[in-house]
Design a protein around this ligand. Structure first.
Ligand SMILES: [Zn+2]
Length: 161
């Protein structure tokens, strides 16, 4: 399973992944990659961005995905060890409690490991992005959202000056 992608440079058309490669276009990643052709070296924009540039909705989708995978994958695998106990338990409700208990433990463990890997991945991307920003010489501005009222006041204030 898995998708094969081939990313080509937008300027010279040379493949930047060395033909088709296993991988996926994930939302977490660096914003630009450089063309490997020494005659081009063009910076190509990706569809990814570092976690620090995520909007609230991006964070919700990204973190929601981890929670969902924890429940589905971790939960299902978590029930496996409980099957061995099923013969020994008579009462249906106790069986269900044991089953869901194991599922909860599985989901929790999956979530813990996934979060640990995610944090490592997030800081690795952040570091890589800083290096790319320096190479590309793009200034790093913190995301700034202005309040409408505030900008209106600024506008009026400037007019009055
Ligand atoms: Zn190129």
């Amino acid at each position: 399973m898995g998708t094969y992608i081939n990313i080509k440079c937008g300027k010279c058309g040379k493949s930047m992944t060395g033909g088709y490669q296993r991988g996926s276009t994930s939302m977490l990643g660096v914003t630009h990659i450089q063309c490997k052709s020494p005659y081009c070296l063009e910076w190509n924009k990706t569809n990814s961005k570092p976690y620090s540039q995520f909007e609230k909705s991006d964070k919700l989708i990204y973190n929601g995905g981890i929670v969902l995978r924890s429940i589905l994958i971790g939960g299902i695998f978590g029930t496996f060890p409980s099957f061995a106990l099923m013969d020994k338990i008579e009462a249906y409700t106790v069986r269900m409690l044991v089953l869901f208990g194991f599922a909860a433990i599985g989901a929790f463990l999956y979530f813990k490991v996934a979060m640990w890997l995610t944090r490592k991945n997030i800081s690795a991307v952040e570091e890589e992005q800083n290096t790319i920003n320096q190479k590309m010489q793009i200034p790093i501005f913190p995301m700034e959202k202005q309040n409408d009222n505030k900008s209106l006041i600024n506008l009026l204030f400037k007019k009055n000056k």
